[in-house]
Design a protein around this ligand. Structure first.
Ligand SMILES: [Zn+2]
Ligand SMILES: [Zn+2]
Ligand SMILES: [Zn+2]
Length: 143
């Protein structure tokens, strides 16, 4: 948490009470919260905060690498990037269960291919979609 606040300060962003509240709200969740769930948590201390404000803060925090945005068809979820450690996610397309996977599928080949076009890669978003173990069991039982 402190290293995220430090990162914001270094980039010249103020730690407004709202930003602090959004970051603090993550602590209330064991799994990855949606923006709506974060809003509910933030409103406990800041009743006047709108969903728009949450989205704006999440967009900024994502851009700064303080938060990971994980795309799901049922609604994006967010994760606090506490370690600043780069990794990807497994997203269940049935129940929405989201898990971290400690690997990155991007190799130098992509960087080289992009360079041929004069393009400098500064980041990427990658999610694996499929069925979680619980949903796979259910699928097998229905057969
Ligand atoms: Zn599932
Ligand atoms: Zn993760
Ligand atoms: Zn990666």
């Amino acid at each position: 948490m402190e290293n995220i606040l430090e990162k914001l300060r270094q980039k010249g962003y103020k730690i407004t009470p709202q930003r602090r509240a959004v970051l603090d709200a993550f602590q209330a969740f064991e799994t990855f919260p949606t923006a709506q769930q974060l809003l509910t948590a933030v409103r406990k201390t800041h009743p006047d905060v709108s969903l728009d404000t949450i989205y704006r803060n999440l967009a900024l925090l994502t851009e700064l690498g303080a938060v990971h945005e994980i795309r799901r068809s049922s609604g994006n979820v967010y994760e606090l990037a506490t370690g600043g450690h780069h990794h990807h996610h497994l997203v269940c397309t049935k129940c929405g269960k989201t898990e971290c996977i400690d690997m990155c599928p991007i190799s130098d080949a992509y960087t080289k291919e992009a360079e041929k076009k004069g393009f400098l890669i500064t980041g990427h978003i990658f999610e694996f979609y499929g069925l979680c173990s619980d949903c796979r069991k259910k699928e097998n039982n229905n057969r």
